[in-house]
Design a protein. Structure first.
Length: 253
């Protein structure tokens, strides 16, 4: 476990800066009508991906494809929003109407207590298909949902990763049941992130957990809000997916 960047030694496929063509397919899974599914079958390893509030974006789909290839895992990204994600044009909110729309979204489609059972159902569906190691990764809002889910002893998870997380709370570390990779941007509350990881340091899986702070990156750089045509964003996008690959290779071994 480290509060400093550790070696990102894992090689990943070349990142496509624009016009990315996703490798997976969409089909029903785990009780939901739609999920993006990619990666090899029959390896015994699987990952569930929780996108940010903006839903399916090329940057997030490419990340799923990268992890599927490098971890050799079946990757499932459910459509928790039923084809009605938040409009990315409203973020960051500049009007009272936009603020209200985003607040309503978090209370309805983005309600953590409502979405958590759907995450667990997806994990259970993968277990039923014979996957013996299952990890979970979430971005922004999805990182909050992932962390809360990983605090449930019945989640069926082996590891969780949180990428530029929203609503970081040190209290969530108390219930955490599995190793966590926390990859925070400079926009997150550093003090709260430090408190969170201090809590993780008391866990029996502390040595398998990792904390990397991307001080020069903005909230969303590895998912929908990422600008891969920007050299700095591209470099750190590559870096975080190398680290995520390393993390899941270790925790799902």
């Amino acid at each position: 476990m480290s509060g400093q960047p550790s070696s990102a030694c894992c090689s990943i496929p070349p990142v496509v800066a624009e016009n990315y063509e996703a490798k997976g397919t969409y089909k029903p899974f785990g009780g939901l009508d739609k999920a993006y599914i990619t990666g090899p079958e029959g390896t015994g390893k699987a990952l569930v991906v929780i996108f940010d509030i903006f839903g399916y974006f090329p940057q997030t789909l490419q990340g799923a494809d990268i992890l599927a290839e490098t971890v050799q895992a079946r990757v499932v990204m459910p459509d928790f929003f039923r084809d009605e994600p938040m409009d990315i044009a409203l973020y960051p909110p500049k009007t009272d109407e936009a603020k209200a729309a985003i607040a309503k979204f978090f209370k309805t489609k983005g309600a953590i207590p409502d979405r958590k059972p759907e995450v667990i159902a997806t994990v259970q569906a993968l277990r039923a298909e014979g996957y013996t190691k299952v990890g979970l990764i979430g971005y922004c809002w999805g990182a909050k949902l992932a962390t809360v889910t990983a605090g449930d002893a019945e989640s069926g998870l082996d590891a969780v990763a949180s990428v530029h997380p929203a609503m970081v709370s040190a209290a969530d570390a108390e219930n955490l049941q599995v190793p966590i990779g926390l990859f925070a941007s400079g926009d997150e509350d550093r003090e709260e992130c430090d408190k969170f990881f201090k809590g993780v340091s008391q866990k029996p899986f502390a040595t398998k957990s990792v904390f990397v702070y991307y001080q020069d990156m903005f909230h969303g750089w590895a998912a929908a809000r990422g600008n891969l045509k920007d050299p700095d964003n591209l470099k750190q996008y590559e870096d975080v997916y190398k680290r995520l690959s390393n993390f899941f290779k270790t925790t799902l071994a």
